[in-house]
Design a binder for this molecule. Structure first.
Ligand code: PMP
Length: 481
């Protein structure tokens, strides 16, 4: 096939020369992926996998229009943004057209982490404050500045210490969070308000101690942390509290932007709010590293008024901009928002039926092609079914379907496929999941007796899925972010 090195040699070289902190998906038996088309990926033997997790390959792996745009621009010129170039200004204008007023000023960067880092810098300069409010289990990037505001990493055993200027609000998870239904038997709106009041409380504390808030940063729907759909009204109320405390509201759309929710281009629109800064990345380049920050003229002016040039060697280079423009072309031409809404609704309603059939399925939630299935061993107590979730991800891989799991207990099955996913793909995914869940319903595998053993599986040890159940170990789980 396309890569000639035997897989064992690829593994050997990787173990020898690549940092062990860079973890592989399916560590005990990693996949070697050599090619991708639309919603499918192929390994070195030609085996085809249905990709249900790659939200970066937004318009489909290797979409010919995007590939062509990159190839063409690469053959003309790739330079930095100190020169005028039409691709950059066209991209800026197109992105701004998708945003509500007054979001109209763009900065181009190379990754989601860089975008969020710049957002924080803008907020600090504009407000002259330091304190940041973030949500529990949130992930905003791998830079030092971003780890500081990412409880997803801070919460890990051995994770870095949370700085005193970072304040963590509870994630608005109405299934297993601080306020839940139907235990608290309250409407979604009431629960949303309770969660927002938690942010309000933090704003008050910061204002009395430090004179005001710098920023609130959150994903519009929390993906890292368990596919959380905030209750209606949540962000609206949070933004009011933050703005009362003179803070800035940052919407991280790195995972959930570009129409994934189906009804809107940006997930913050589902909460009917207008952030002060929006960050975007992943799907923007369909696999090519390009990301952006969009903000208001007022905030951009504070940044310019410092007199310090913002220069980013690759940010806004013509190749990246041509690729991002091509992604926008495909989203429009192939009407991918409508498709995400249609296929997403189908996927969600089919997953919903699994809840009535399988005791493990505790909650099903989603918007468009952003869906989570939360597994529990006890529906009453909502006890996370961590080992079972791990088993299912591995069993699905055996069925040539790639899914991942997430959440603080790694018990939420996560679907965020390329937007070209079809209803047939959704049916195949759910039919297979149904079958795998039935295997677990079967008394031959006593789910309740699964023990979580601490065991580190060597990289190239081949492990059967039944072994994996017994060897399930949360610490070595690899989450597809
Ligand atoms: N924000 C969110 C919500 C993310 O999921 C990620 C990546 N998983 C990032 C920011 C960081 O993006 P990148 O890896 O491109 O730096």
């Amino acid at each position: 096939y396309l890569q000639s090195m035997p897989k064992s040699e690829t593994i050997r070289l990787r173990e020898k020369h690549v940092g062990a902190a860079c973890q592989l998906f399916f560590r005990s038996s990693p996949l070697k992926i050599v090619r991708g088309i639309a919603q499918f990926m192929y390994d070195e033997t030609g085996e085809r996998y249905l990709d249900c997790i790659n939200n970066v390959a937004h318009v489909g792996h290797c979409h010919p229009h995007v590939v062509e745009a990159g190839r063409n621009q690469m053959s003309l010129i790739s330079t930095n943004n100190r020169y005028l170039h039409d691709e950059l200004v066209i991209l800026a204008e197109r992105l701004v057209k998708t945003m509500p007023e007054p979001l109209s000023v763009c900065f181009f960067v190379n990754s989601g982490s860089e975008a969020n880092d710049l957002a924080l810098r803008l907020a600090r300069i504009h407000t002259k404050k330091k304190d940041i409010i973030t949500l529990d289990h949130a992930y905003h990037g791998h830079l030092t500045s971003m780890i500081d505001v990412s409880p997803y990493k801070l919460n890990l055993p051995g994770g870095p210490e949370k700085p005193e200027w970072v304040h963590v609000a509870p994630v608005p998870d109405i299934y297993r969070g601080k306020y839940t239904y139907p235990k608290d038997s309250q409407s979604e709106e009431v629960l949303g308000q309770k969660y927002a009041d938690e942010v309000g409380k933090i704003c008050k504390e910061i204002s009395s101690k430090n004179g005001g808030v710098c920023a609130f940063i959150a994903e519009s729907l929390q993906s890292c942390g368990g596919q959380i759909i905030p209750p209606d009204g949540y962000l609206k109320s949070v933004f009011e509290y933050v703005r009362e405390a003179d803070g800035i509201c940052i919407a991280d759309e790195v995972q959930v932007g570009f129409g994934r929710v189906g009804t809107h281009m940006w997930a913050f629109e589902t909460q009917d709010v207008v952030p002060d800064i929006v960050t975007m990345g992943k799907p923007m380049g369909n696999g090519h590293p390009v990301a952006a920050v969009i903000t208001t003229p007022e905030i951009a002016k504070s940044f310019a008024d410092t007199g310090i040039e913002y220069f980013n060697t690759y940010g806004g280079n013509p190749v990246s901009c041509a690729i991002a423009n091509a992604v926008l072309d495909v989203i429009e031409e192939e009407r991918l928002l409508e498709r995400a809404a249609r296929v997403g609704n189908h996927l969600l309603s089919r997953c919903e039926k699994l809840k009535h059939k399988h005791r493990l399925v505790g909650d099903v939630r989603g918007r468009g092609l952003f869906v989570g299935v939360e597994l529990v061993t006890d529906r009453e107590r909502r006890t996370p079914a961590t080992a079972e979730a791990k088993h299912i991800v591995n069993r699905m891989r055996e069925e040539k379907i790639l899914i991942s799991r997430d959440g603080p207990d790694s018990n939420v099955l996560k679907f965020k496929p390329p937007m070209v996913f079809s209803t047939q793909d959704a049916d195949r995914l759910v039919d297979t999941l149904d079958r795998v869940l039935s295997e677990l319903d079967d008394e031959r595998i006593p789910v309740k007796n699964i023990k979580l053993e601490v065991l580190v599986t060597p990289l190239n040890e081949e492990t059967s899925s039944k072994d994996l159940i017994l060897k399930s170990n949360m610490k070595q789980s690899v989450k597809a972010m």
